[in-house]
Design a protein around this ligand. Sequence first.
Ligand code: NLE
Ligand code: FE2
Length: 311
Amino acid sequence: TTCCVTSSKVNVSQPQRSTPRSIYDVSNNNILGFGANLSQDHPGFNDLSYKARRAWISELASAHKIGMPIPRIAYNQEELQVWKTVLQELRDLLPQHACKQYLQAAPLFNFTPNQIPQLQDVNEVLNRATGWSIRPAAGLLHPRDFLAGLAFKTFHSTQYIRHPSSPSYTPEPDLVHELIGHVPLLADAAFADMLQTLGEASLGVDDKQIWHLIKVYWYTVEFGVVREGSCVKAFGAGILSSFGELQHMSKGTAQFETLDPFIAQPKMSYKDGFQNRYFVLETFEAGRDMLQDYAMKAKLPQELQGSSTLA
Ligand code: NLE
Ligand code: FE2
């Protein structure tokens, strides 16, 4: 039912949203950045036909209804070439620098240079592996919706392909990033569990904490590294899907710091190119426990939160 709000105290710019109880309560239509117009530093900014293609694929995603098959896209030669290039570039780097869970799960998806995988097919493999689902989205979602999706084992994914002028690095999520960066680890139980915990931590918290949690997400799921013996290996999708970023991380010249979700996280940026610091997790299980602990404390009233700074 819709209730008739008459109070003038209601903040119109921030409609009250109730805590979602299932994925049906989560919208895939609040697109935050990189809308149809793209920003000036996007490699496709001046390419009208690229923008039109991207917008067309995005519209299909917005129209998708939960439970329906994800529409298949007939990718063109140019898009296929981008996919081939990225796979080729990463072929030797991933086995050296991706974490073991990634390397173990990746073969389930059988990525081959001659065909861009369809989200629907990937979704079926994922459903069987960990019970996770992919849901198409038109672009970068509002963090509240994106994080809520994780709580319900749903990963929102773009479906368009990065601009052909820059296969080794793109500033926004695209299908290549989703497939190569995110999909394999969604099939790993420990990683998936950590991700769901992060999503659960977001349910019902205020906007300030949503922005804190999306930074925690950013420095783990997008750009995190995990300790393996005396090395660190990439598990962050933004590293794994980018030849440039993966090379940059593995050179070891950036800073490596221990992740602490209880302190204010550095500002995240889609524009500045490679990260100049990476955060290290000991294991995915330790990451999950830390996030569970964070979530519990963050939901306590302020005066009971102790000394933790919830930025
Ligand atoms: N820079 C990444 C890539 O080129 O694959 C995408 C990052 C999306 C957050
Ligand atoms: Fe991503």
